[in-house]
Write a protein that binds this ligand. Structure first.
Ligand SMILES: [Zn+2]
Length: 78
């Protein structure tokens, strides 16, 4: 297991790095902007790993990272 998250290699399902972690899912600013008005939902629960070319669900990411920085990354106050 990696102690640190290589954030650069994780992208949203559409390949953007502008995602943010929220309490219950991920959210992609680029998707929200690009697909505004479309049916596509910028909320998602899995990130795509560019290094391994696999998609990992949020629950599995938590296991991988253990320290759980995704939960506190951008939330400000808990
Ligand atoms: Zn995106």
């Amino acid at each position: 297991m990696d102690d640190e998250i290589d954030r650069w290699k994780w992208v949203c399902p559409r390949g953007h790095r502008s995602w943010e972690a929220t309490n219950h899912h991920f959210w992609c600013a680029e998707c929200a902007r690009t697909y505004a008005g479309d049916d596509y939902d910028p909320d998602f629960e899995a990130l795509h790993n560019l290094a391994t070319d696999e998609t990992v669900h949020r629950d599995d990411l938590r296991l991988l990272t253990r320290v759980g920085p995704y939960d506190t990354l951008r939330e400000g106050s808990a």
